[in-house]
Design a binder for this molecule. Structure first.
Ligand code: NDP
Length: 420
């Protein structure tokens, strides 16, 4: 029995909310609050027509404004707040949760909208030098809430999407059930789906393109090794998808796993991309369309990447067009009882099956289901622990069971092909 406030009503939120309604033994009342309230109302209508017993209300909110968020939380009195807006809003929503002493859950770590803001920029440049990676996002801003959340007696669950989220739970599960020591982890994110457009992104274009056009990096022997964007390429034959080219990227779960599992000697993250996606991205980058720095156009300030977002297909609209499967998982090497061991834990998800079930494509689905699962474990008390934590810091077993129950079944292959 719980009341949940969900902030955001985009591709991921729509899945997370519909999955909360499937889990009506845990979630009895939901408030969907976002910038464009018409999207919240449309989803409420759809869910009510499906006959769900969950009581839904909607509200417009500007999640950049802490006071507005505090007023909304005080009015609705939720047991927890699920942030499935954008990473730009992580800190304002955490501040509001802290003030109201309510648990906080999200799917992506903080990054600022304006990367030229001088105070943030100075801290960023210091961090690049000290830590050795140049991604705009890192956990330091949210980990800084640890003591404040502990004192308030509230839980902050960070990054409960698929990657990060499920991939980090796979690490905790492998460690608990298969290894005495894990030595290497390769996280492989393969989208074998085809939406038929020459170029589109599967989740928020601004966040996606920022991530993919940045330098790559991996964790080795206790430090970061940084690469040029797309410098490291491998081929892999993915179960149920086939041969794909994949490229090494920086990814946020590596930071948390490197800190929480110091025994792991190397952690890498690879994502598959087709040639058309890469060609378009390079071209857009070369002409300045990926820039986050505002330019003057006909007397108005516009941010090139936000203008590009307005031109690209809405990720939530890709559902009916996308065919094929995703395969996301982790390959582990380590030792058990003195013997070398390798395993691969992965999930395969079919775009059209997701569309049939919830009207969404598999990228939103594979993120929204774990968002619901993480939230359910916090509100049910199983993952309640005052402070701020990533998903690898809890007992993985109930989460793994719920993945099977709520549409993301996983496989353990004890004889996988390794990535060179
Ligand atoms: P969308 O752009 O589809 O949705 C974002 C939603 O947030 C929209 O409803 C938007 O409103 C709302 N929003 C944005 N700014 C504000 C604001 N200031 N106040 C209130 N609402 C706001 O994004 P996605 O659904 O694709 O992604 C959601 C989150 O999931 C992101 O943080 C993304 O990084 C994360 N993600 C995590 C993954 C993982 O595996 N861990 C994978 C994929 C995504 P409006 O409708 O008005 O635009």
């Amino acid at each position: 029995m719980s009341r949940l406030l969900v902030i955001g009503c985009g591709g991921v939120a729509q899945v997370a909310i519909q999955k909360c309604c499937q889990n009506s033994k845990t979630f009895t009342e939901l408030c969907i609050a976002s910038r464009t309230v018409s999207k919240c109302d449309a989803l409420k209508d759809k869910i009510e027509k499906s006959g769900s017993s969950v009581k839904i209300t909607t509200k417009a909110v500007n999640a950049d404004d802490v006071n507005e968020l505090v007023a909304l939380i005080k009015e609705y009195q939720p047991d927890a707040v699920l942030n499935v807006a954008l990473p730009y809003q992580d800190l304002t929503i955490m501040d509001a949760c802290l003030e109201c002493k309510v648990d906080y859950i999200d799917t992506a770590n903080y990054e600022p909208e304006d990367t030229d803001e001088p105070v943030w920029r100075a801290a960023y440049e210091k961090r690049c030098k000290e830590k050795g990676f140049t991604a705009y996002f890192d956990y330091s801003y949210q980990w800084a809430y640890m003591d404040k959340f502990k004192e308030a007696g509230i839980t902050g669950l960070l990054g409960t999407g698929f990657d990060p989220g499920v991939t980090s739970v796979f690490v905790a599960y492998a460690k608990k059930h298969y290894f005495d020591e894990i030595h290497t982890v390769d996280i492989l994110d393969c989208n074998g789906g085809d939406h038929g457009y020459a170029f589109a992104t599967n989740f928020n274009p601004e966040i996606n393109l920022r991530e993919v056009s940045a330098n790559g990096s991996y964790w080795e022997d206790g430090h970061w090794v940084e690469t040029k964007p797309m410098e490291i390429k491998r081929e892999y034959n993915f179960p149920e998808v086939g041969d794909k080219d994949m490229y090494l990227l920086h990814h946020e779960e590596i930071e948390a796993l490197g800190r929480n599992f110091p025994e792991i000697k190397r952690i890498r993250f690879f994502m598959t991309f087709g040639q058309s996606y890469l060609d378009h991205m390079r071209c857009l980058e070369n002409v300045g369309m990926l820039s986050t720095t505002p330019i003057k156009f006909e007397g108005k300030d516009i941010v090139p990447i936000q203008f590009l977002k307005a031109l690209l297909p809405d990720p939530a609209s890709l559902g009916p067009r996308t065919v094929g499967k995703t395969n996301i998982g982790c390959i582990f090497r380590g030792v058990k009882d003195g013997k070398e061991k390798t395993i691969y834990i992965y999930n395969v998800c079919d775009h059209q099956e997701c569309y049939k079930e919830l009207g969404s494509q598999a990228i939103s689905y594979t993120t929204g289901v774990p968002a619901m699962i993480g939230t359910a474990l916090v509100v049910s008390g199983q993952w309640k622990k005052p402070g701020v934590y990533t998903t690898d810091e809890f007992d993985p077993d109930p989460y793994m069971e719920m993945l099977n129950e709520y549409g993301l079944p996983w496989v353990v292959d004890e004889n996988p092909v390794l990535v060179p």
